[in-house]
Design a protein around this ligand. Structure first.
Ligand code: ADA
Length: 885
């Protein structure tokens, strides 16, 4: 029976003592009576209550009895309706025999779902069905959503994922009306699991008398939390929903950690943390035997420690708790295959504990494919072979935020793929995770209202993905029609959702940096990020292993330059396709207008979303084409490419400007995670959340590019480099200590102890006497100048910059772009700053620069781009200099 060992459900088999709870409502002579077992489970009672509500006020021609019963019930004794196949879970049968309607379930949840099915039919027909013979059961065994007890910012002592449960942190946790609404939605979607995520929830939910020093919140708060948690889990259980509490490892109570001089998060176990965690888990099992546990063994804990930690701390804790309860049946626990050596974990854990479900991310932290391939598929297959239920985690939706998203067919196909692989569970994040229950709209809406289609589609297809696509289309049209008034409106709006829905999932894998939440697709990308995506993804955690055949921009341009044919889905092709599709989405949304008779404000917000999505796609289209042109220039140095790129880049900025104005008043931010974890397009933090924050970044990128083009077009750059002679030098004497003199010529090392060597040098400074350093040398370099001079410096690339630090930028002039090409493929520019005659000292940071020499202070040097410097053989051409200052 489904998870009953850990639920409130009690099978009641009371032969001889059978009592029948009868409800009847007389309407003239005829009435509808609803009959349940006397000791019926809360789930059955819930279904009965819902049916009572549905039939109240119905005008029925004759008295009908509705019997709700599990397969083993004596109420079915004289029928043959208790027939379910062995192992049936959550299955139900609806049958009308004479004036009795039987709602029979394989278990309590089966009765619940049967009751809800009947309720819906009664409400739709406004009558009790005259004929009924219907059977159904779910396709996936675990169907659930999650809620983060986590926030957009890290607010608790700098520790990721740890947030005490308090009304200040999570007002929604204390709002019973809101929970009721949410749980009603889940049961309507026939979801049966709800995961609550937090770093270390135990001190928010348990008293832990053995470790009083671990207490993190006031006793009064703790009591309130305990009673709320009991209420939530009980209300969930009535609706057939198993609540699971998530936790990360090893996260400790902060108070406990301080008391024992331990860090809040540990990467390796120790005896004290093991004892504490084992105890906390056992208390959890003892206090909340009906609640599940889901764990992330990594990220704080090193991946190879997961097996030991699970077997030495967590499983013993579960067993201690069960022993105290006198329970011998092992409840399922859910272990995530994230940031841990899951094969070792499962090997070590299985002999100790048989009932382990596993969970793994389906598409990383974005929605990209309806299917998985390569290593992700292999991982799922292993998990399916080795665990009880394998759950696909539809994790953060980093590419969909913050807009409305609902492409039901995408979800249907995804669940069909789960079935094919043997995945029996799904866990779905909300579209906006870190700020539950708010949407990003301004003012915020509730996600249950705005993102109804997200929850509805996952619920519907997790129950059964094997449905006829045409009938499904009609179903979704009806759903929209119900909300916006007419079928015509429904047709157009469904089309708009579907046409816009494919955009982000198609685009991200072909142009993006990562499927992780390090990137917010809707905030755009810079040119260097588009041109050289791999460089911005040091961990190489790319989806490419899972992608269907196709080309990223880098390969596309390489093939284009070599006049080779393309294959599969290309960055350019996809960018064009999503721009066109999103344009059609606007047209469809607009076409709905005359037919929308209900909820016009939400309709207007949908139209605005479609426009915003299109502007974003159009931005990417223009910019991907611009990137292609620039990359082609990297190959052939044909300046025409840059002229094309300039037009396209300007178009992309214009698109982004329109996107900003569409979202300026209507959206609070583009993504719910505000921490510096985000790196793309810019590091997360204050004033980096909204399109208006990024518009200046893209405007500046365009103006920098335009000024580089102007430099390139200057007559001087047309001068044959062979005719340029070295600039006059100012002699200097280096004071012994930091630095050594060197000759700026090809083959020389850039630092006295580094590997990088000079490949070519612009004629202006060829053979100059400069000063280079050891990478380890600290402190100022000291030298004496004969005359007032300009020091010529090359800055090594740090944090995406090749120029002086922002704080010092005023002092420096950029003289020669790409003046020195280097064996690592990152060319150095020459920057100049004035210095007085006599003794000088300079400190620009350890290992971050090299001095090329000194020229007279009053010498005017024409800024120039040195076009002859090329990338080292085999290296991608680094073209950042075109966009960065
Ligand atoms: C990534 C992500 C986190 C969290 C985590 C997880 O590290 O950046 O926000 O989602 O994965 O638990 O899977």
């Amino acid at each position: 029976m489904h998870r009953s060992s850990i639920s409130f459900v009690r099978d009641v088999v009371l032969f001889g003592l059978l009592a029948v709870a009868v409800w009847s409502r007389a309407l003239g002579a005829a009435s509808v009576r609803i009959v349940t077992e006397p000791g019926a489970s809360p789930r059955e009672q819930y279904a009965a209550d819902r049916l009572r509500d549905a039939v109240s006020g119905l005008n029925v021609p004759e008295t009908v009895t509705i019997v709700l019963a599990q397969r083993s019930s004596p109420l079915l004794a004289r029928t043959n309706l208790a027939q379910f196949w062995p192992g049936a879970e959550e299955a139900f049968l609806l049958r009308r025999l004479g004036n009795t309607i039987y709602v029979t379930g394989s278990d309590a949840s089966g009765v619940l779902y049967g009751g809800l099915e009947l309720e819906q039919r009664i409400r739709d027909a406004r009558a009790v069905p005259e004929h009924l013979d219907y059977e159904d059961h779910p396709a996936l065994r675990l169907r659930g959503t999650c809620i983060g007890l986590q926030k957009p910012e890290i607010t608790y002592e700098g520790a990721e994922y740890d947030y005490p449960y308090t009304p200040q942190n999570f007002p929604f946790f204390y709002d019973k009306a809101q929970w009721t609404r949410y749980l009603d939605m889940l049961v309507r979607e026939r979801m049966n699991t709800l995961y609550l995520w937090n770093g270390h929830p135990f001190t928010s939910l348990l008293r832990l008398p053995k470790y009083p020093e671990a207490q993190e919140i006031s006793s009064a708060q703790l009591e309130q939390n305990i009673s709320m948690f009991r209420w939530i889990t009980k209300e969930a259980d009535r609706r057939g929903i198993w609540v699971l509490q998530g936790f990360y490892n090893i996260h400790l109570s902060h108070a406990f950690a301080r008391a024992h001089s331990l860090p809040y998060h540990l990467s390796t176990p120790n005896a004290l943390a093991t004892a504490y965690t084992r105890y906390a888990i056992s208390e959890f099992i003892r206090q909340y035997p009906n609640v599940g546990l889901m764990m992330t063994l990594g990220e704080a804990l090193s991946p190879h420690e997961g097996a030991e930690w699970l077997t030495q701390a967590i499983l013993p804790g579960v067993k201690d708790g069960l022993r105290e309860l006198g329970d011998t049946k092992e409840p399922p626990i859910v272990v995530r295959a994230h940031a841990t050596d899951i094969d070792d974990v499962m090997k070590a854990a299985k002999p100790l504990y048989s009932n382990i479900d596993t969970m793994f991310k389906w598409n990383g932290e974005s929605l990209t494919w309806t299917n998985v391939r390569g290593p992700v598929l292999d991982r799922f297959k292993d998990l399916v072979a080795n665990s009880n239920v394998t759950i696909a985690n539809i994790h953060l939706l980093s590419d969909l935020e913050p807009f409305r998203w609902g492409d039901p067919d995408f979800i249907r196909k995804t669940v069909l793929n789960f079935q094919r692989i043997g995945i029996q569970g799904v866990h779905v994040y909300p579209l906006r995770y870190w700020d539950w229950p708010n949407t990003a709209d301004n003012p915020p809406l509730n996600q249950l209202d705005r993102d109804w289609i997200w929850f509805d589609a996952w619920g519907r297809y997790a129950w059964n993905p094997n449905r006829d696509p045409q009938k499904e289309h009609a179903y979704w049209v009806q759903q929209f029609a119900g909300r916006f008034g007419t079928e015509q409106a429904g047709e157009h709006l469904l089309d708009a959702y579907e046409l816009s829905g494919i955009c982000a999932p198609m685009l991200l894998p072909r142009v993006g940096i990562t499927e992780g939440n390090r990137q917010v697709l809707s905030l755009g990308m810079t040119m260097p990020q588009l041109i050289d995506a791999n460089r911005f993804n040091p961990a190489q955690t790319l989806w490419t292993g899972d992608a269907p055949d196709g080309e990223r921009l880098y390969d596309y341009v390489a093939e284009e330059a070599a006049h080779q044919p393309h294959h599969g889905e290309t960055s350019i092709g996809v960018a064009d396709e999503v721009a066109a599709s999103s344009a059609r989405a606007i047209a469809e949304a607009e076409a709905a207008r005359p037919y929308v008779t209900k909820d016009i404000p939400e309709y207007e917000r949908i139209v605005n979303d479609m426009r915003a999505i299109h502007m974003l796609m159009s931005f990417y289209q223009a910019k991907t084409h611009a990137a292609e042109e620039v990359m082609l220039y990297g190959y052939d140095r044909d300046a025409d490419h840059l002229q094309q790129a300039e037009k396209l880049l300007a178009e992309s900025v214009e698109d982004f400007r329109q996107l900003t104005s569409l979202t300026d008043k209507t959206y609070r931010d583009a993504a719910s995670m505000h921490t510096s974890q985000r790196q793309i397009p810019v590091r997360g933090g204050p004033s980096t959340e909204h399109w208006r924050d990024l518009l200046p970044v893209y405007e500046k990128e365009l103006t920098t590019f335009q000024s580089r083009l102007t430099m390139l077009n200057q007559p001087q750059s047309a001068t044959a480099e062979g005719s340029i002679t070295p600039l006059p030098q100012v002699p200097f004497r280096l004071t012994p200590g930091v630095g050594e003199t060197w000759s700026v010529t090809p083959g020389e090392k850039l630092s006295s102890d580094g590997d990088e060597t000079v490949s070519s040098v612009a004629p202006e400074i060829l053979g100059f006497a400069g000063i280079r350093f050891s990478k380890r040398e600290e402190g100022p370099v000291r030298f004496t100048l004969d005359r007032p001079a300009q020091v010529l410096v090359g800055f090594f690339k740090t944090k995406g910059r090749t120029g002086p630090a922002n704080s010092d930028a005023e002092n420096w002039n950029l003289l020669l772009l790409n003046a020195v090409s280097v064996s690592n493929g990152v060319p150095l520019d020459v920057w100049a700053a004035p210095l007085a005659a006599g003794a000088n000292e300079l400190d620009l940071g350890k290992g971050s620069y090299v001095i090329f020499g000194f020229i007279p202070q009053n010498l005017k040097v024409r800024q120039r781009i040195v076009s002859s410097t090329a990338a080292a053989p085999g290296e991608p051409p680094n073209l950042d200099w075109l966009f960065e200052k």
